[in-house]
Structure formats: structure tokens, C-alpha cells
Ligand binder design. Structure first.
Ligand SMILES: [Zn+2]
Ligand SMILES: [Zn+2]
Length: 228
């Protein structure tokens, strides 16, 4: 099946629910209508929707020792979006980077359109994982965004070790696990840091930290989804 998928990536089934589609679309209207777009009062650092009282910073970003100046995200990481991200990252639908990055680009321009960036960086996949997977999900999003925004993508970040998936790890332990897990080459200027999702923000923050240590002046983060 993956072979057909590779030859005809836009074959006519919704990538989320597999329902048959009658036009060249990625998702059916039902799945699309279930996307919860981050809108209204949003955290200025991660883009999560907020209750009016907690504006302008969410409770998760409030406790981060933050190394990025701002950020945004397109949708809430709930069930249909989990399926979409799973299809992209784990069912090898690399071509979905095109549509995900389209949403991300529009979102970024809407929130931070007046920011002049010097380039794009991304959260890297560890080399051991690349041996099996062959491609890095965040890098593909960054490359697509690079085309759309006419910015250079700089592969300056590297993982020094493979870290376990963070979703099973308590929030207060994530910082320790990620400490020293990334290095960066020297950089200067203002960068957009890209990943597919933000949950606790610890991974993106650790990347922002090493970029700042290596000379970046400002970091903005952009993800497709943010957890609730
Ligand atoms: Zn669907
Ligand atoms: Zn936040």
C-alpha cells in the first residue's frame, strides 16, 4: 500500500478517517470540521487557547525558564489531529508536510507577520532513529516553510543522545531528561524554530537555549499542534 501511496500520494481517501473523497483533498469535511483551530485569546509563547483570565501566557509557559521570544501553533492536539500527526510521522506520509506547513505558514504570518527572520531551524531527529525512518518530520516542515517564506533552513541543531518519548514522562522530569540533549553550531540573528507539536515546551525550549548560547538573538517557535 505504501508503494501506491508513494506513487499517488493524493489518492482519494481522507488521511485521518480513510473515508472516500470525491475531490483532490487531504481530509474529508467532517474531519476538517473537527479541527479546533487555536483562536481568540492565545498564549503568546506557544499559541494555546487561553481562558481570558490567564492572558497573555498559559500556565505551561509560565513555569518554563523560557529562551524563546514568542511562538504560535495552528490547532489543538486532540483526536483527529493525533491521527493526522500519526499518519504523517509514523505511517510515512512525508508528503503531508506540504499541507501542514501551509496551515503553519498562514498562522505564523497572521500572528507574527511583521517579524523579520534570518532563517529557519528545526528540532532534529536522532541519527539512530533516522537509520530506520530516513527522514525527520520537523525538517520536512521546515523545508516546506523555507520555500513558502523564502528563508534558508539551517541544519545547525543536533541531538547528542536519543531521548525517550516525553509523553509518558511527568512534566517536572522532562527538563532533566533533555538537559544537554542538543547542541548547535554557531548562528546569529533571529530564527524560526519548527516542530510538529508542542506539549510541555521543554524540547523546543532546550533547542532555543542552545541556539541562544551559540549566538541567536531571538527565537520564535512554530508548531502545527499544541496540546490542551
Ligand atoms: Zn476524514
Ligand atoms: Zn504557552
Amino acid at each position: 500500500m505504501w508503494f501506491l501511496d508513494y506513487l499517488f500520494p493524493k489518492y482519494l481517501n481522507c488521511v485521518i478517517c480513510q473515508r472516500h473523497l470525491y475531490e483532490k483533498e487531504w481530509f474529508c469535511n467532517l474531519c476538517k470540521s473537527e479541527f479546533q483551530i487555536q483562536t481568540g485569546y492565545c498564549c503568546k509563547y506557544c499559541g494555546r487557547m487561553l481562558l481570558k483570565g490567564s492572558y497573555p501566557v498559559c500556565n505551561i509557559c509560565k513555569v518554563l525558564n523560557r529562551y524563546f521570544e514568542g511562538g504560535t501553533s495552528v490547532v489543538v492536539y486532540d483526536d483527529p489531529v493525533k491521527e493526522l500527526i500519526k499518519a504523517y510521522k509514523y505511517k510515512n506520509k512525508k508528503y503531508l508536510a506540504e499541507v501542514l506547513s501551509e496551515y503553519m505558514h498562514l498562522r505564523f504570518m497572521h500572528v507574527f507577520g511583521d517579524i523579520q527572520l534570518d532563517g529557519i531551524v528545526y528540532v532534529p531527529t536522532h541519527e539512530d532513529k533516522l537509520k530506520h525512518k530516513k527522514w525527520c518530520p520537523a525538517e520536512q516542515l521546515a523545508l516546506q516553510l523555507g520555500h513558502r517564506m523564502d528563508l534558508e533552513v539551517k541544519p545547525v541543531l543536533k541531538r547528542t543522545r536519543n531521548t525517550p518519548p516525553l509523553n509518558a514522562i511527568p512534566l517536572d522530569e522532562r527538563y532533566e531528561i533533555l538537559k544537554g540533549a542538543f547542541t548547535s553550531e554557531k548562528v546569529d540573528g533571529r530564527y524560526l524554530l519548527v516542530d510538529d507539536i508542542i506539549t510541555s515546551g521543554n524540547t523546543l525550549n532546550e533547542c532555543a537555549k542552545v541556539l541562544k548560547e551559540k549566538g541567536a538573538s531571538e527565537i520564535y517557535i512554530l508548531t502545527f499542534a499544541a496540546s490542551e
